[in-house]
Structure formats: C-alpha cells, structure tokens
Design a protein around this ligand. Structure first.
Ligand code: WQD
Length: 356
C-alpha cells in the first residue's frame, strides 16, 4: 500500500513539474538583432537565460549595439555580419550553432522608400525570408517568430483591430509583410511539424532605461517619435504634423503606441508558447490610441521641453485611426503591455539626448 502511494506521489510531481517547465531552447537566431526592436528583444532573451546568435547586415544599425547589449546584460551574443540574401552565410550560422528557434526581424521597413523601390523591397524582404526558411528546414529548426506589422490591416474598416480583421496592403512594404505571412501559412500546410508565430506590431516607441539602445534611424526620420526627439535635441527645427482634418477627436492621426520593451517581451511570451506545432497571429499593441498632438503634449510635459510644430498637408497613405484589440495575446500568451505613455516619451528622450 505504501509503495503504491509513493509511486503515485512521484508520478504526480513528475507531471506537475515537467508541465510547468518552459520550453528550453538550445540557441535562438535573431535576424536583424542589432536593429531597434531586435536589440531590445536580444536584451530580454539574454535576461531570460536564452543563448542567442545575431545575424545582421548593419545596413540600418551599428556594430556597437552588440557591445551595448553586452553592457546591459553582462552577456555577449554571438554576432555574424550577414545579409539574409547571403544564403551560404545564413547556412554557415546553422552549421556552427544548434539553432532551435528563429526570431526574424531582418528586412527593409521604410514605407516611403518601398514606394520608390518596390522591387528592392520584394527581393530583399521576401527572397531573404525564403533563404532563412530554407536553412531552417535544412537544419531541422522548427520554430519561427516573424516580425509582422499592423500595416497588414491596410486601411482598417473598424477599430480596435482584431487578428481576424481583413488583411490588405497599401504600400510595397506592407505587401512584403502580407506576402511573407501568406508564405508562412503555406509552409505550415506543407510542414505540419512547424511552430510559427506572426507578431503584428503597432507603433513601437521608447527605449531601454539605460539609454544605450533605442530608435536612431539614419537620415531624416519617417516616424513620429524619432522626429520629435530630433526636434527636442535641436537637430531639426520643428515638427510637421501631417494633417489636422482627420475624423478624430483633435483632427490629427491616432495610433497605438507601444513601448519597445513591451514589444520585446511579447517575443519571449511567444517563444514560451511554441512547444507544439501550429501557426498563430497576435496583435502587439496597448489597445489605446493617441493622436499626434497628444503625443507631442505628453512628450513636452514629461520632459519639460517645448516641441515647435506646424500643421502641414496629410501624408499620402496615412489612415485616420489605427489601434489594436490585444486581447488574443493576453488570453493565449499571457502578455499585456505594461509601460505608460509617459514612460515611452521619457525613455525616448533619454536615449536620443545621449545618442550621437
Ligand atoms: C504616426 C503618426 C503620422 C511623422 C509606420 C509604418 C508601419 C510601422 C510603424 C513598421 C501618423 C504622424 C509622423 C511626422 C506626423 N512600421 N506623423 N509627422 O505611419 O503609423 O506607421 O510605422 O512596421 O508599418 O507605416 O507611424 O510614426 O510614421 O506616424 O504627423 O513627421 O504620426 O501622420 O498619424 P505610422 P509614423
């Protein structure tokens, strides 16, 4: 009788603790890992104890980001200066490391540039992703988290946007994201042992509290927050507000701004829920929309800096309102954005004022 009781206690404990055990990955390959979202995700991966390998062509980031990741975490990731279009270079990484999961950030992401150079965008983003996927299949890697975007919702008919909202593309950049999502869905049909997560980002802003890493695009920023921080720094004279005649509460565009660290943590949560095959899409947003003028006012207030602006014409392709319903990520991944708008504005400025 005693033996029977002991055996069953052992069985219960074994089941209970193995079920709670998180999937332990050998190595996670982060393509685009020295970029804005990629670098913050690498920091969170290293903090969680993952072993990571970064592949980046440094076309829109600096090699010293690797040093900064090490300075923040105390761990130096393996780094390869490799373009995703260099299929041999990508395969060499899989040969050198047991890659168990891929987080795929690498890709061109400037909407305006994509309109001017569509073929370059299609080739770089789609062909490059195909080479990453082919290397994964060749080396038996079965998990991928894809850096998708709210731009796959095109001009949203209703807000807040849910994952089953209609998908469409309004520019070549958005089309590459949409087509890659479609490719991944087809790949899953052909390879049912894969685990694929599509993360649709809304508007990432903010920076790590150290101020060492953040959003520092080359040239004149396309996006609102890096433009505001350059005005705050005196590098640009004033902000142009793209239209104040939208059907919103103050006439300016409304977006779902999310702290980049909340976004990074979303990738960890995704990885922790990929121990079974499948393909899932999740919105990573706060579920709250703020207008351009609300962002300007919040930035001025928390940083005690005046941001001069003028109202200009609307930017072609802009939509009036775009914000998420992030409840699916909460229900299925246990993920919720936690940082406030004030923290997003303060950390954005804390990074830019130190950046060169
Ligand atoms: C935000 C709001 C502008 C700059 C883009 C990409 C999207 C995603 C996020 C990658 C809008 C207004 C902006 C300026 C302004 N990127 N604005 N003056 O356009 O919502 O999304 O970045 O996935 O794919 O499309 O972001 O920051 O450019 O604009 O008034 O100088 O700020 O009109 O209302 P957007 P954004």
């Amino acid at each position: 009788m005693l033996e029977y009781v002991l055996v069953n206690i052992y069985k219960y404990l074994l089941i209970h603790y193995t079920r709670k055990a998180r999937v332990v990955y050998m190595s996670v390959l982060v393509t685009g890992g020295t970029g804005y979202i990629g670098s913050h995700t690498c920091v969170e991966l290293l903090k969680k104890g993952y072993d990571i390998v970064i592949a980046d062509n440094l076309s829109n980031s600096e090699i010293d980001v690797v040093d900064k990741i090490e300075k923040i975490t105390g761990k130096r990731p393996a780094f390869y200066e490799v373009d995703i279009l260099d299929r041999d270079g990508i395969e060499r990484i899989f040969s050198a490391h047991k890659i168990d999961a891929v987080i795929h950030f690498a890709g061109k992401k400037a909407v305006g540039e994509s309109v001017e150079k569509p073929l370059m965008y299609y080739h770089n983003n789609i062909t490059g992703t195909i080479y990453v996927l082919e290397a994964m299949l060749k080396f038996g890697c079965k998990r991928i988290v894809f850096s998708s975007s709210a731009t796959v919702y095109g001009v949203p008919k209703t807000v807040p946007i849910k994952e089953d909202s209609p998908l469409s593309a309004v520019n070549p950049y958005g089309a590459t994201k949409l087509y890659i999502e479609g490719m991944l869905k087809d790949l899953y049909v052909a390879n049912k042992d894969l685990s694929i997560t599509l993360l649709r980002y809304f508007n990432p802003i903010g920076a790590h509290e150290s101020g060492l890493i953040g959003d520092n695009p080359n040239g004149i920023p396309n996006n609102l927050m890096p433009y505001i921080t350059r005005v705050a720094k005196g590098a640009l004279p004033q902000l142009g507000v793209y239209g104040n005649d939208y059907p919103t509460h103050d006439g300016t565009g409304v977006r779902d701004y999310i702290h980049v660290i909340d976004l990074a943590v979303g990738h960890i949560k995704a990885l922790e829920h990929m121990d079974r095959p499948g393909i899932n899409a999740y919105n990573l947003g706060t579920g709250k929309g703020y207008s351009v003028l609300e962002i300007v006012n919040a930035f001025e207030k928390i940083n005690n800096i005046k941001i001069p602006y003028i109202i200009t014409e609307r930017r072609p392709g802009d939509v009036a309102e775009c914000y998420s319903d992030p409840s699916k990520a909460k229900d299925e991944l246990g993920w919720v954005a936690e940082y406030s708008l004030e923290e997003m504005c303060a950390s954005s400025w804390n990074f830019q004022r130190q950046a060169n």
